[in-house]
Design a binder for this molecule. Structure first.
Ligand code: TNX
Length: 545
């Protein structure tokens, strides 16, 4: 789309415009003071006890997702210096772990030691505190920045982790550099943040079936999600074009079923150890993995591997196209349920999170009766293996089991009605409206990447909705959260995926986390633009819009 030289120019211009604010960048380049009020900068290597005035280049109001409350305090900006320590309360292993995580984030760019130690924090330190009642709910936190130092407080570890992400985002963008940057005043804006999420479930669904992503590539997305306070990663592990997870006793699923992907290419799969490691990495980031085994449709790869799972005694060909709805397991055959018991049993055992997602979408070759009979049995298998059922909203056309979560995706009045009916009898709803948060929709006509069956989704469209009113007839109490989805039929690799994800993931983050009152398109536009220098420095691809 652009020549390398033009891209470089865009990077430079974007950096200069959005940087740490125009003044921050100018000041950084010229060695002058940053911001309007500062008359001197604190030297990162200063050992003097005297506190020099600092002036932060970020503002509390720049945070994405927008917090519940931000109260700036004039003249209270604070700078991270070489003297800083990360202090955690004795006996709090979780706070110490978060401290190590924070130190790892801050050491490369600053070059500071940042020892993580037990004890209370002094004026140069960052203190991380977990104590009952310190903040609202399991994910709330409070961040205080002032001349006495910086403190992040939470009632539980997840809240502390989210508070640390806010702290990270309030530092100058150069903090994202993987190598040491000198001459930057590592300042934070003075004041307080009080914060907690609007919705408990905040996810991204990543399709590694249509385009295979390695565990390392998916870990990169875990990092992205952590930055913006998401707490679920839904992995679409199987589809017509590929089966991506090893199942003991069913070697052909991965020997044969994994060897393709959409539009050709070698495909690939994860061993169970690979999966475990991604789940563990996600957990370290307070992110729960939701595995999806799509059924009874979207199963061509499984049928290629084990043709006996189909009804008609035929053989199946590997599929590299992008059509949907043509495949189905044989719903009358006991062999199908023995297979599902094996697969779901192993997936459930590998997954500490509460959900197993069983897809259920687009089984267009089955009658409503056959579909419903299948979904009844598939749900029972999930329940028997101790997990909660999650499925696309077609499950609402059958009978969701108690405790099921239906995921609303297609903006359609009939589907909305079915979901509303399910919600009235207790189903919980995750909203993933394709016309707002399907990140595989192209931004605009003429784009190389993306599709458009739900319409073009530019950044404003990705932001212009409210999870509480998105599904007609479904009240806010039934909505447990929001999920963005990246289907990968048009995606060729990580850079393509990131281009579709950034900046629209931030719209989903605000829909899921931020109070409705903070929603304001003009303000959001400035907020996400202020993130771009971080992405440039961290090497994250994004759409420049
Ligand atoms: C619909 S979303 C699908 C996927 C496709 C996607 C493309 C859903 C439950 N089914 O199989 O990848 O559209 O946007």
């Amino acid at each position: 789309m652009r020549t390398p030289a033009a891209r470089l120019l865009v990077v430079i211009v974007a950096l200069a415009l959005f940087g740490a604010g125009v003044w921050g960048v100018v000041s950084w380049l010229t060695g002058g003071s940053s911001g309007s009020g500062g008359s001197a900068r604190s030297s990162p290597s200063s050992t003097s006890e005297e506190r020099l005035p600092v002036s932060a280049s970020t503002r509390l109001s720049d945070l994405v997702p927008a917090p519940v409350r931000a109260q700036p305090a004039a003249g209270a900006d604070w700078a991270l210096t070489a003297k800083a320590r990360i202090r955690t309360a004795p006996g709090s292993a979780e706070a110490a772990r978060t401290g190590e995580y924070l130190a790892k984030l801050l050491r490369p760019a600053t070059g500071f030691d940042l020892p993580v130690q037990k004890g209370s924090g002094g004026a140069s330190d960052i203190a991380l505190v977990i104590e009952p009642g310190a903040a609202d709910g399991p994910e709330g936190y409070r961040l205080d920045i002032g001349p006495d130092g910086v403190t992040v407080r939470a009632a539980q570890p997840a809240g502390l982790f989210h508070g640390v992400q806010s702290l990270r985002q309030l530092l100058p963008p150069q903090i994202e550099s993987p190598t040491r940057v000198t001459g930057v005043p590592w300042a934070l804006p003075g004041g307080s943040i009080t914060d907690r999420p609007r919705f408990a479930y905040r996810g991204l669904s990543l399709d590694i079936a249509r385009h295979y992503f390695t565990p390392a590539e998916v870990r990169r997305f875990v990092d992205h999600l952590a930055r913006y306070k998401f707490n679920h990663l839904h992995l679409h592990l199987t589809d017509d074009q590929g089966w991506r997870i090893a199942i003991e006793g069913r070697p052909r699923l991965t020997e044969i079923g994994a060897a393709t992907q959409a539009r050709g290419g070698p495909g690939g799969f994860w061993t169970q150890d690979d999966y475990r490691a991604v789940v563990a990495y996600a957990a370290e980031h307070h992110i729960t993995v939701v595995p999806e085994i799509d059924m009874p449709g979207h199963t061509n790869a499984a049928l290629v591997a084990y043709p006996e799972l189909g009804c008609d005694g035929k053989t199946y060909e590997p599929y590299t196209g992008t059509q949907v709805g043509f495949s189905a397991l044989c719903v009358e055959s006991e062999e199908t349920y023995a297979f599902l018991d094996q697969v779901i049993g192993q997936i459930a055992a590998l997954t500490p999170g509460p959900y197993v997602h069983i897809g259920g979408d687009e089984a267009h070759t089955l009658s409503a009766e056959r579909y419903a009979a299948f979904m009844d049995r598939a749900q029972q298998i999930v329940v028997r293996h101790g997990k909660r059922v999650m499925a696309w909203n077609q499950l609402a056309d059958a009978t969701p089991v108690p405790g099921a979560v239906v995921e609303y995706w297609r903006p359609d009045a009939r589907d909305a009605e079915a979901v509303a009916r399910a919600a009235r009898v207790g189903a919980q709803v995750v909203v993933a409206p394709a016309d707002h948060v399907y990140l595989d929709m192209a931004y605009a006509p003429g784009e190389r990447l993306g599709t458009k069956w739900a319409g073009f989704v530019d950044v404003e469209q990705s932001y212009a909705w409210d999870p509480a009113t998105n599904v007609p007839g479904v009240p806010e109490e039934s909505v447990i959260g929001v999920e963005a989805a990246l289907w990968t039929e048009t995606v060729g690799g990580v850079a393509d995926a990131e281009y579709l994800v950034f900046p629209r993931l931030l719209s989903a983050a605000e829909a899921a986390w931020s109070p409705r009152e903070t929603h304001d398109w003009q303000a959001f536009r400035a907020r996400w633009a202020a993130q771009t220098p971080r992405w440039d420095i961290a090497g994250i691809t994004y759409a420049r819009r």
